[in-house]
Design a protein around this ligand. Sequence first.
Ligand SMILES: *Cc1c(COP(=O)(O)O)cnc(C)c1O
Length: 296
Amino acid sequence: MDIDLKIFSPVQQINNPLFADRGLCVFIKRDDLIHPIISGNKWRKLKYLLKEAHSQNKTHLVTFGGAYSNHLLATAGAAARFGFKVTGIVRGEDVNNNTLFMCRLHGMELIFTDRESYRDKQALFVKYFAGDENAFFIDEGGASPEAARGCSELINELTESYDHIFCASGTGTMAAGIINGITANKLPTILHSIPVFKNGAFMASEIDKLLLEPADYQLHTDYHFGGYGKVTTELVNFIKSFVANTGILIDPIYTGKMLYAIYDLAGKNYFKPGSRILAIHSGGIWGLLGMKDKFN
Ligand SMILES: *Cc1c(COP(=O)(O)O)cnc(C)c1O
């Protein structure tokens, strides 16, 4: 079986009076259009892991995530698409939300585990699947060199040059992959990572671990809006206006924060006039459904 998806991820310009006034050209790469479920960076991150599982004749994917994890859902979707059995080990008590409903619908079996045991994922894998020679371990969020390699391919798809590329960061894997792609292609582009956690400075060491060569990049740690999964009225209003003005859905957990950062930095004259900026739409729009009461 050929484990691959045809990548459809066009680049679109975002027109806005603010950008016009500052002389900026801002674009968005629509990785969210790659697949509705195996969405955005999650396909890029899973691609080489799935190929590796397949080459080892492993038929059962085992992975980890919180109850709202885009990675769990993407893995469920990919397993269904490419014929793997799949188990998700979920942090916290047994719940049934939109994400887990969709995971189950795609055939994922769920095991709920307390927060304490969730910390040691290898131990959980051994506990449940030591006797299953078909089981293949995929870390939370897919974090791995294979995942960074998949993300670096995004750079090869670009047909124009950009001064700045922006992405949201959870594990930092996508950021590292993009930086590796920039370095390999000897581009002058600077990658900007927006950690979606409070105290996101730790992201630098996570990114650095996955770099194939040391490289400069920018970390903007002030756009977490209170922390992972947290929103403010300002962020919600930004998302409402962005969606209504562009027709592009974004989520409050990742892409909303990253795009807010671009608008905010543009307003503060952070970019030189004439700069070309590319935002990566890394998918995850199902995250909106879990937060719809915040949008009233
Ligand atoms: C998982 C995810 C990210 C974070 O990617 P990392 O490689 O973990 O930094 C960003 N955006 C979306 C929409 C995601 O689902």
